[in-house]
Design a protein around this ligand. Structure first.
Ligand code: NDP
Length: 400
């Protein structure tokens, strides 16, 4: 039983808020605070007669530490769930330190001018959080998030050492648009247009964007092309999972998406370098975001399933062993339940679960932690209970 302050009211936050309201025994009171308060009020209006959770709303600029501190001191939450953008992670962590409040997010900090996908800025807060006696849980979405929990579960119950992990993120959904992104376009395009990389023998191997392609036959989806990307959880899993020799991340993309992306790149529309336009500075990628379909509008039109999981190869009792743990999630089922497509759903549900486990003290310990550092069992149980059941395949097809 506790109070959560949720910052941001976009695609992912909307799902997490629906889930907190379904789980009102744990979330007795929530405050939804975002840049645009009208979005928070609209969601409150939609939900407040269907839940016992008391819902409050507020306007906040999460880039402003003083504003955040004032809001936290006023509401006195047990946990702050950051579902704004990665640019706000550090200011929200600063406000949590000042007010001694625990912190949860779903994406690592990004400076606005470079796309790095590194934990170093947030890991630099470890000592400060330890001294303040509060917990920061980093990356409680699906990937990062559930992929780390699957890895910790495999390590705890199935392996003595894990040598290889392949994380496969498949979106078999079709929204009918020639080009749209399933979550915040700015973050999504920054991620897929960056160089790829994977972790091997203690160091990063860099690839050109989309250089490494494989095909995989996904349960519930079928055959898809997938491409190797850099992804933030590779950095923490490479350190936290015992015996790792190589860890890679693959995401599926359709041909239409890739052709459009290449064209947008070629004409300079995906650049994050500001340019002058009619006397005003604009960032091409931010302008592109303004003309693309809002990810929140994709829900009613997206059909098909996502399938995200990890293939592990390692050793148990001296013998080689392979194991695949994954979740399948249906876009239309999600839409019926919470009015969002599966990409927001698969992130919003783990965000609620992470906040719950920190808030009720199941996961505790002062400091800054990646999700795989905690006991995976209560999280795995909660995934089954709250809409993201997982499947184990003990004889998976491997990726070469
Ligand atoms: P959206 O763009 O839909 O929502 C972002 C929200 O943050 C909006 O409500 C926005 O307000 C608000 N916001 C932005 N800047 C500020 C600010 N300065 N102060 C207060 N509020 C602000 O993004 P998503 O919901 O798609 O993504 C949310 C987070 O989830 C991102 O960090 C993303 O990287 C992460 N993510 C993680 C995944 C995972 O599996 N781990 C997968 C997908 C996403 P406004 O309404 O005014 O624009």
């Amino acid at each position: 039983m506790g109070k959560a302050l949720i910052i941001g009211c976009g695609g992912v936050a909307s799902v997490a808020i629906h889930k907190c309201c379904q789980n009102s025994d744990e979330f007795t009171e929530i405050m939804i605070a975002s840049r645009t308060k009208s979005k928070c009020d609209k969601l409150k209006e939609e939900l407040e007669n269907k839940t016992k959770t008391v819902i409050k709303t507020a306007q906040v600029d999460a880039n402003n530490v003083d504003e955040l501190v004032e809001l936290i001191n006023d509401f006195k939450p047990d946990v702050v769930l950051n579902l704004a953008l990665p640019y706000q992670d550090l200011t929200i962590m600063d406000a949590c330190l000042i007010t001694k409040t625990s912190y949860v997010d779903t994406a690592n900090y990004e400076p606005e001018d470079t796309a790095k996908f590194e934990y170093k800025w947030q890991w630099a807060y470890r000592e400060k959080f330890r001294e303040a006696g509060i917990t920061a849980l980093l990356g409680s979405g699906f990937d990062p998030g559930v992929t780390g929990v699957f890895s910790a579960y495999a390590m705890k119950h199935e392996f003595d050492e894990i040598n290889y992990i392949d994380i496969l993120d498949c979106n078999g959904g079709d929204h009918g648009y020639p080009f749209a992104t399933n979550f915040n376009p700015e973050i999504n395009i920054r991620e897929v247009s960056a160089n790829g990389s994977y972790w091997e023998d203690g160091k990063w191997v860099e690839t050109k964007p989309m250089e490494i392609k494989r095909e995989y036959d996904f349960d519930g989806v079928g055959m898809k092309d997938m491409y190797l990307l850099h992804h933030e959880e590779l950095e923490s899993l490479g350190i936290n999972i015992k015996g790792i020799k190589r860890i890679r991340f693959f995401m599926t993309f359709g041909q239409s998406y890739l052709t459009h992306l290449k064209c947008l790149e070629n004409v300079g529309m995906t650049s994050i370098e500001p340019i002058m336009y009619e006397g005003k500075e604009i960032v091409p990628l931010q302008f592109l975001k303004a003309v693309l379909p809002d990810p929140a509008s994709l829900g009613p039109r997206t059909v098909g399933k996502t399938n995200i999981g990890c293939i592990f190869r390692g050793k148990k009792d001296g013998k080689e062993k392979n194991l695949y743990i994954y979740n399948m999630c249906d876009h239309q089922e999600c839409y019926k339940e919470v009015g969002s497509q599966a990409v927001s759903y698969t992130t919003g549900v783990p965000a609620m679960i992470g906040a719950m486990l920190i808030m009720n003290g199941t996961w505790k310990g002062p400091g800054v932690f990646n999700i795989e550092e905690f006991d995976p069992d209560p999280f795995m149980d909660a995934l089954n209970k709250w809409g993201l059941p997982w499947v184990i395949d003990r004889d998976p097809k491997l990726v070469d």
